[in-house]
Design a binder for this molecule. Sequence first.
Ligand code: NAP
Length: 237
Amino acid sequence: MKKAIVIGATSGIGKELARILHLNGYAVGMAGRRTELLRQLQGELPGSRVREIDVSSADEAMTLLKELIREMGGMDLAVIGSGVGFVNPGLYWKREKETIDVNVSGFAAVAGAAFKHFSDQGSGHIVGISSIAALRGSSEAPAYNASKAFVSNYLEGLRQKAIKSGAAIAVTDIRPGFVDTAMMKGKGLFWVSSPETAALQIYQAIARKKKRAYVTKRWSLIALALKVMPDWIYDRF
Ligand SMILES: NC(=O)c1ccc[n+]([C@@H]2O[C@H](COP(=O)([O-])OP(=O)(O)OC[C@H]3O[C@@H](n4cnc5c(N)ncnc54)[C@H](OP(=O)(O)O)[C@@H]3O)[C@@H](O)[C@H]2O)c1
């Protein structure tokens, strides 16, 4: 039986993905800070395991992830969906810092620990949930967009590292557009998908071991527009 660990499984996209992985025959380990929600989901998914992990305590998070891997008897798939996001045009440092602690330091810590595990094992699959926001900066949420650029770039680095080492480690960068979860904030939202639809498309990208996937698929059009848009137009948004 394949074993998957989803970090950030207490709500939203990660929770739905844990359900889909379970339905598709994976033994699932789930992590996040809200233990009560983890226990509820564990009750729904027989045989699953849970661990309270706060990725912003990076050293502790790496130790706890290793413990969960040991408890599960291994790991074939690591999904890192933990993330926070704030609309923060006032640049309040508390929010910028939390975004960096969770989405940058926390992400690098657990992605690195997962990569080392797969390196030792000679195979595995790392999936990081970045965002369409990775493509350009944002005046409304500077730290969030920058943190997602970090996630996507870090994943590309891990992919190159895997290829150079010859290990059979797949790396998938998931870039959602708007998904109707607690995190979705802001004005002028469009093409909003349900977490169920987003998780299903993420599962399909995982099954195909895609390098990167926009979720839902039509967000690849927005991605293209963002990539080619000159600064003088982008800066007016
Ligand atoms: N919703 C969107 O429109 C959208 C768009 C693009 C990308 N994304 C990305 O998708 C991912 C999932 O977000 P979501 O939309 O499903 O929102 P969500 O429901 O708020 O889920 C966020 C998840 O991250 C976990 N998390 C937050 N801080 C954490 C920490 N310090 N340690 C461990 N886990 C932590 C949360 O668990 P606890 O609070 O229990 O710790 C929760 O399970 C995020 O990385 C987000 O940036 C979302």
